[in-house]
Design a protein around this ligand. Structure first.
Ligand code: SF4
Length: 450
């Protein structure tokens, strides 16, 4: 997500485009922007990448004072045009646009309640229900209705909103998803990751606090904490896999944290080998840390085609298998005759790993030892990362030795959970429920669904 406010008029759609472009890794199924023009909201959104959907709107200069943008991959609700964001509505509280990162974990019960009371939904994503709650609120002002709505939501929601001429940033009380705010000249920016701020050369920035609500308009920037404090539970998987390595999220450099985790992995899962090879790109930083710590040579033994998308994010198994073959290719001279430690960020179904080990063996590797810079994935996520059902997760069916046999590797080892916790700072407030099953908010009823 990105959002921009400028008290004067600026080329907001253009800046949203560049910000979103740098956040493309967070979702490739759809892209959209909404901005204020002549006292009404203009929205452009469609299925596809930022470049495919939005570049045609760059040819015409459009000045505006406030806009938000979104890239999406579906964790809840299908990949359909109805679910593309930003979502906009005009109601008794004014004109509203919302971009949402995360999942509302109590969405099913809120939906049942709203539908029971006569609400009609256009989409199947969580985001629209916020607008219904705001519109149906008996509070007199938008601000009161928004706070009332936020207090009804559970789970993960980093939000960028427009209400009339105001840009609004919200982060849920646990701070599951990252969100940053920054200023440059007369503009204020919000973005999911700092890489979007870098592209817009915004240097004066800070993390939006968990439970913080920020209004940005011609009167200035007004911040409040809208909820009683709870323990922060930032998504540790952002640091392991999801965020871009040149970003800062949750106050940590993603690259440096991945190197630290890779170094810890070398301490717990070292094996005699000739080279350490990352699965690019998300294994790169951890592999560097592993190689530095173990003293085993780092080598770029796999080339990634950057134009095919992230296989984890593609929705169906067939698409994922095809994507692996299209995406990664071994560099034969770096692999032939070598004993290889292959570093990847995590193991989901094992499909990618199986294909990869086969490719690497075909390129002449003597041994392949797979090391994962995350613990065993065992539980689904209800907070905005698309982790499949328990049945599909390979670690719920097989031990590391069984997985090694299944994927054709010589050995497989994961980062122990306690080592992950101490690497990121055990007191630092991270969610690791997909590894531990220790959910920070109530999800009991939801577990029956998976
Ligand atoms: S369950 Fe896993 S992926 Fe989901 S928020 Fe927690 S750490 Fe992140």
């Amino acid at each position: 997500m990105v959002g921009i406010f400028n008290a004067g008029q600026d080329y907001i759609p253009e800046q949203l485009f560049y910000g979103l472009f740098s956040l493309q890794h967070r979702g490739q199924e759809s892209a959209g922007i909404a901005y204020r023009k002549d006292e009404r909201l203009v929205v452009y959104r469609d299925l596809g990448s930022v470049g495919a959907v939005l570049s045609k709107y760059l040819t015409e200069k459009r000045k505006s004072s406030v806009g938000i943008g979104h890239v999406r991959y579906s964790t809840k609700g299908g990949n359909t045009i109805e679910n593309v964001q930003p979502v906009i509505a005009t109601c008794n509280k004014g004109q509203i646009a919302v971009s949402h990162n995360g999942n509302i974990s109590n969405a099913p019960s809120l939906n049942d309640m709203l539908v029971g009371e006569g609400s009609i939904f256009q989409s199947t994503s969580d985001t629209e229900l916020m607008l219904h709650l705001i519109a149906r609120s008996r509070c007199n002002t938008f601000h009161e209705a928004l706070i009332e709505t936020l207090k009804k939501l559970e789970g993960a929601f980093s939000l960028a909103m427009i209400h009339d001429d105001t840009l609004i940033a919200v982060r849920d009380p646990h701070g599951f998803r990252p969100l940053y705010i920054g200023t440059k000249d007369h503009s204020t920016y919000i973005a999911s990751e700092t890489c979007a701020m870098d592209i817009l050369q915004v240097e004066n920035r800070r993390e939006v606090k968990p439970g913080e609500l920020i209004h940005i308009n011609a009167d200035g920037v007004r911040s409040e904490i809208y909820t009683a404090p709870v323990r922060r539970k930032a998504c540790v998987f952002e640091l392991i896999y999801f965020a871009r390595p040149d970003s800062e999220v949750f106050g940590h450099s993603v690259h440096m944290m991945r190197k630290k985790i890779g170094s810890a992995l070398a301490d717990t899962a070292r094996v005699d080998a000739d080279v350490v090879i990352p699965v690019p790109d998300s294994g790169n930083s951890a592999a560097l840390g592993f190689a530095e710590r173990s003293g085993i040579r780092f080598e770029l033994g796999l080339t990634r085609n950057h134009y095919t998308g992230r296989s984890f994010i593609l929705p169906t198994t067939t698409e994922r298998e095809l994507a692996v073959r299209m995406k990664l290719h071994p560099v034969r001279p770096a692999i032939e005759g070598q004993r290889i430690i292959l570093i990847d960020d995590s193991l989901v179904r094992g499909t990618t790993a199986r294909n990869l080990v086969k490719l690497i063996r075909e390129a002449g590797a003597k041994e392949v030892h797979l090391r994962l810079s995350a613990p065993e994935l065992r539980w689904p996520c209800f907070f905005g990362i698309d982790i499949p059902t328990r049945k599909e997760l390979i670690s719920n069916r097989m031990s590391p030795d069984d997985i090694a046999r299944h994927i054709g590797a010589d050995s497989v080892a994961f980062l122990p959970l306690e080592v992950l916790r101490s690497s990121v700072g055990s007191d630092d407030g991270f969610c690791d429920a997909c590894f531990s099953g220790d959910y920070p908010v109530h999800v009991e009823n939801r577990l029956e669904e998976v």
